[in-house]
Design a protein around this ligand. Structure first.
Ligand SMILES: Cc1cc2nc3c(=O)[nH]c(=O)nc-3n(C[C@H](O)[C@H](O)[C@H](O)COP(=O)(O)OP(=O)(O)OC[C@H]3O[C@@H](n4cnc5c(N)ncnc54)[C@H](O)[C@@H]3O)c2cc1C
Length: 382
C-alpha cells in the first residue's frame, strides 16, 4: 500500500488548501451569523471545480479519485463546516448516485447543471417517522400514466432552500424507489427552515409533496432499488463525514495552539503548562489516527474494494474525534472559547452534528457489530 500523493493529487491538495484558506475561511464567522453561505462564494467554488469533483473528466468534470475528494472535503471543513457540508451533500449524495445509477438521458439532462453551478443537489430521505429506520418512510410514489405522483413529507433536508435538484426516496409498488425531482416541480413545496445548533450556513428544510408529478423518466435506477441506492451513497458520504471531522479537528487544534501561545496566565503563555500540552498532544494523536482511517478507507474505495464497514468506522471515529477535540480545544481557550468571536465556539457547535447526520453513531455501531456477528453466522437486527 503506497500512500504517496501523485503529482495530480499534490496539485489538487494545494489548490484546495489555497482557495479554502483565502476565500472561505475568512467568511466562516459571517456565514454562521448570516445563516447562509454567500452565493458568490459558492459560484467561486464552481469555478474551482468543487461542484464537479466526482464528475468524470470526459464530461468536463474534475474526475477526482475518492482520496483526492476526501482531501477536498478536509480542506473545506478546515475553512468552514457549513460550506463543507453543502458541497459534501451535493457531491456524495446527489452527483455520485446520478453517475452510478443514472441513464444516459438523466446524465445528459442533469450532470452539467450540477457540475457547473446551475443546480445544487439535496438528498431527501428522512421523514418524521423514518430517521435511523429509513425503510419505514411513508412518502408514496404512485405511477399514473407517464408520471409518478409523489405525496408525503421529508424533514431536515440539507440545501433544502437552495437546491435545484432533489434526490427523493418514496414507496412505490415495487418498494422504495429513488427519484430525481426538480425544485420547480408543481406540488413540491419547500417548507420550514430549521433553526440549528450548528452548521448554520446550511439551509435545513421540510419538503412537502402534494401530488407532485415526476416523469417516470426521472426514476433513478429500477423501481424498488431506492434503499440500495441511498445506502450506497451514504457509504461514500460517511467516509466524507470522516474527512469533514478530520479537517474540523485540525482547525480546532490550530486555533488552540495559537491561543495557547498568546494567552498569558501566571506570567507565561498557557502553552507552557503541561496539562495544556497534554490536550494538544492528545488532539494531534486522535487526528493522526483518524487520518489513517480516512486514507485507508479511501484507498479501499479507489481500489474497487468494499469499503462500507470502514466508512462506518471512519464516520464513528471521526464524529467522536471531532466532538472530543473541539471540546478540549474549547477548554484550552477558557472563557474566550465560550465567546462568539472565537472560531472554536462555532466548530464545537458544528461538529456536534457529526454524531447524528448521515447515520447516528449508534447506527454506525450497529453496522460495525452486525458485520462482526455476520461473519460468525449470527444475524442481528437494529
Ligand atoms: C443538521 C442535520 C442535517 C440533516 N440533513 C439531512 C439530509 O440532507 N437529508 C436527510 O434525508 N436527512 C438529513 N438529516 C437527518 C439525519 O440523517 C437523521 O437525523 C439521522 O439519520 C437520525 O435520525 P433521527 O434524527 O430521526 O433519529 P432516530 O432514528 O429517531 O434516533 C433517535 C436516537 O435513537 C437512536 N437509535 C435509533 N434506532 C436505534 C437502534 N436500532 N439501536 C440503537 N439506537 C438507536 C439514535 O442513534 C438516536 O440516538 C439531517 C439531520 C441533521 C441534524
Amino acid at each position: 500500500m503506497d500512500f504517496t500523493l501523485s503529482e495530480d493529487q499534490l496539485m489538487f491538495k494545494k489548490m484546495f488548501a489555497d482557495f479554502c484558506a483565502k476565500e472561505i475561511r475568512p467568511q466562516g464567522e459571517q456565514i454562521d451569523q448570516a445563516e447562509e453561505v454567500p452565493a458568490d462564494l459558492l459560484e467561486q467554488a464552481v469555478d474551482q471545480g468543487f461542484w464537479a469533483a466526482l464528475v468524470p473528466e470526459e464530461l468536463d468534470g474534475c474526475g477526482l479519485d475518492i482520496y483526492t475528494y476526501m482531501l477536498m472535503l478536509e480542506e473545506l471543513a478546515r475553512a468552514d463546516m457549513s460550506t463543507a457540508l453543502i458541497l459534501s451533500v451535493h457531491n456524495s449524495l446527489v452527483v455520485k448516485p446520478l453517475i452510478d445509477h443514472g441513464t444516459d438521458e438523466q446524465k445528459n439532462r442533469y450532470l452539467e447543471a450540477l457540475a457547473f453551478g446551475e443546480m445544487l443537489g439535496a438528498f431527501a430521505l428522512t421523514e418524521p417517522g423514518a430517521g435511523s429506520d429509513a425503510a419505514a418512510l411513508a412518502t408514496t410514489g404512485t405511477l399514473d400514466g407517464e408520471d409518478y405522483v409523489l405525496d408525503g413529507t421529508k424533514i431536515w433536508v440539507s440545501n433544502g432552500a437552495t437546491a435545484g435538484l432533489f434526490l427523493v426516496f418514496a414507496k412505490t409498488e415495487e418498494g422504495i424507489t429513488a427519484f430525481l425531482v426538480e425544485a420547480s416541480t408543481p406540488g413540491l413545496q419547500v417548507g420550514y427552515r430549521e433553526k440549528t445548533l450548528g452548521l448554520r450556513g446550511v439551509s435545513c428544510n421540510t419538503l412537502y409533496f402534494d401530488g407532485a408529478r415526476v416523469p417516470a423518466a426521472n426514476r433513478l435506477g429500477e423501481g424498488g432499488q431506492g434503499l440500495k441506492i441511498a445506502l450506497g451513497a451514504l457509504e461514500l458520504s460517511r467516509l466524507g463525514m470522516g474527512a469533514l471531522a478530520l479537517g474540523a479537528s485540525e482547525r480546532a487544534l490550530e486555533e488552540a495552539v495559537q491561543f495557547s501561545m498568546e494567552h498569558i496566565q501566571f506570567g507565561v503563555p498557557i502553552a507552557q503548562k503541561q496539562i495544556i500540552q497534554n490536550y494538544i498532544a492528545d488532539a494531534k494523536t486522535q487526528i493522526e489516527a483518524l487520518r489513517c482511517l480516512v486514507t485507508h478507507t479511501a484507498w479501499l474505495a479507489d481500489s474497487g474494494q468494499d469499503f462500507g464497514l470502514q466508512a462506518s468506522i471512519a464516520k464513528l471515529c471521526g464524529a467522536r474525534t471531532a466532538s472530543a477535540v473541539t471540546d478540549k480545544m474549547l477548554q484550552v481557550h477558557g472563557g474566550y472559547g465560550y465567546m462568539k468571536e472565537y472560531a472554536i465556539e462555532r466548530y464545537y457547535r458544528d461538529c456536534r452534528s457529526l454524531e447524528i447526520i448521515e447515520g447516528t453513531s449508534q447506527i454506525q455501531q450497529f453496522l460495525i457489530a452486525r458485520n462482526i456477528y455476520n461473519a460468525e453466522g449470527l444475524a442481528i437486527q437494529p
